[in-house]
Design a protein around this ligand. Sequence first.
Ligand SMILES: [Zn+2]
Length: 340
Amino acid sequence: MKEALQQILEDAKKRLQEAQSLQEAEDVRVKMLGKKGQLTSILKSMGGLSPEERKELGMQANKAKGEIEAMLNRTFEQLKEKAQEAKFKAEKIDVTEPGKEFKLGTKHPVTITIEEISKVFKSMGFTLVEGPEVETVYNNFDALNAGPNHPARDWTDTFYINDDVLLRTQTSPVQVRTLKSQKPPIRVFAPGRCFRCDTPDATHSPMFHQVEGLVVDEGITMADLKGVLDSFAKQMFGEETRTKFRPHHFPFTEPSAEMDVSCFKCGGKGCRVCKGSGWIEILGCGMVHPSVLKVGGIDTEKYTGFAFGMGVERVAMLKHEIDDIRLLYENDMRFIEQFK
Ligand SMILES: [Zn+2]
């Protein structure tokens, strides 16, 4: 019996030293100390012994049990630590490993230009407003003083959805929506997409962008219009930029004008960009026609206002010397990436 105990003890020690996992250590515990374990069966078989022998063997068996338990505890601890270390090792982040390349896109030149224009008008206290691209015929034409016989209303110039709805041909209907929904003082600008039945060529696209502006308050005059737009031109094209206003006609403004800026490429001497004239036409503007103000229920005896609109593509093409509007919509990355 004594030899058997000694054998069990040594066997347990050896197996625990070799144990590589918690499961293997647990197997040793079951094999030695479990209900059907080797040590348990020795204790069970002591019934046939004399009381003295039983006492002595019992003491030795308990001592062996204690030793095995202590060994088991140590082994469990060590194996747990080992498992933890392995886990840390596996989860370790290698900070020296090169990062994954992340391809950043670039802003489209039209977006860049809208942002540049917006920045200038925001700095002058204008608020950004927006309107739908699918508009009523009334907001796009009638409310803007373009009567039933106005040439722009022609079926061949405008994308009609039906008799009363169309794709807006200009951002000016946002003026109508603003006049109906806001009370003076009004100071807004509205960038957005417009549509006309144009065959694409170097300077025309059936889809294009405009930025509209509208100011309505007491005592607004043509001097305010000129001051705001001259300041815009200087901020947009450079401090030395000069402006000039030429009389023009728009149905929704009276008087109306077109604004030219001195060529930012040659400074007015004449070059390819300004086609030799030294001036570049940049936008249309004027004092808001009283009948347009009346659409918004605004007292025309008390309030006056001015409005302006410009083509975004035109500004982008001039600033970046792009000679064909179609380049802006081909989505060729080699072209777009130049505007990083
Ligand atoms: Zn020039």
